[in-house]
Design a protein around this ligand. Structure first.
Ligand SMILES: Cc1ncc(C[n+]2csc(CCOP(=O)(O)OP(=O)(O)O)c2C)c(N)n1
Ligand SMILES: [Mg+2]
Length: 274
């Protein structure tokens, strides 16, 4: 069933709130990764608020769905979603990157409630998602394993080893979400090392592939719903997105991959997020 109009409006507002958190917390910290956080905002909002079976009051609940942020640098969006979901207080977002805080630049599962793996070294998330999904099958559990991978990250060989493993074990409880924003750390992916025909590649590896606009809430919801219904093979959601989405001067450039807005830039950004 499609999202109701009320829910769509609610998630639109929530996405805006999350974008405001992203720019505020990176400005406050003076560092962090806004670009790839802003491209993933709708994807993670709909995933956590509509689909993930989790309990913020019991983050270690054994039968929960798991989420692995393989592009671990995108903590601003991840922490914002976790805070809004209730895993920790929203006010804590302003401790982002504090030396003594829980919200490290890259996520740490030991310290931060709701974080299922520590990540940051690109290429590893799908391997972990496979392991958890295989264990769930062996345990007879319905828990699902979600992983978000960056498009630049797809240059890592380990991703493709893992992508062979998932269909081999018929892990239909794995859903990979590719944030296809076309840009990596310091250039377009195509200029650094093109990843080619991603739809054809994932299909040929044995995945059910869904290609969407990753900023359209109903498309994100529909893809995640479909992924739960597909039996016998895993699903890859190839989400076309815009790096820096939602803030005009941050859109479609590598400049804001790992740069925090100044206070003046923050003011401009917040004006666009009303
Ligand atoms: C193994 C490894 N190599 C290099 C880096 C440095 N690094 C951090 S982010 C990044 C670019 C990632 O691009 P992409 O996956 O497209 O992320 P997004 O555009 O979503 O921010 C790189 C090279 C890293 N974190 N890990
Ligand atoms: Mg990218």
């Amino acid at each position: 069933m499609a999202l109701s109009r009320e829910k769509l409006a609610h998630y639109q507002e929530l996405s805006k709130t999350i974008r405001r958190h992203i720019v505020k917390m990176t400005n406050h910290a003076g560092s962090g990764h806004p670009g790839g956080s802003l491209s993933a905002t709708e994807l993670l909002t709909v995933l956590f608020f509509e689909h993930m079976n989790v309990d913020p009051k019991n983050p270690q609940w054994a039968d929960r769905d798991c989420f692995f942020l393989s592009k671990g640098h995108c903590t601003p969006v991840y922490y914002s979603v976790l805070a809004e979901k209730g895993f920790f207080p929203v006010e804590e977002l302003m401790t982002f990157r504090d030396v003594d805080g829980r919200l490290h630049g890259h996520p740490c599962s030991e310290h931060c409630p709701g974080v299922d793996i520590s990540s940051g070294s690109l290429g590893q998330g799908l391997s972990v998602a496979n392991g958890v999904a295989l264990a769930a099958k062996l345990d007879g559990s319905n828990r699902r394993s979600y992983v978000m991978i960056g498009d630049g990250e797809l240059q890592e060989g380990q991703v493709w080893e893992a992508a062979m493993t998932t269909p081999h074990y018929k892990l239909d409880n794995v859903c990979a979400i590719i944030d296809w924003n076309k840009i990596q750390l310091d250039d377009y992916v195509d200029n650094v090392k093109g990843v080619g025909d991603l739809v054809g590649k994932w299909k040929s590896f044995g995945w059910h592939v869904i290609e969407i606009d990753g900023h359209e809430l109903d498309q994100v919801d529909d893809a995640l719903r479909q992924a739960k219904e597909v039996k016998g093979k895993p699903t890859a959601i190839l989400a076309h997105t815009i790096k820096g989405k939602g803030i005009s001067f941050m859109e479609n450039t590598h400049k804001w991959h790992g740069l925090a807005p100044s206070s003046e830039e923050l003011e401009f950004a917040l004006k666009e997020l009303v």
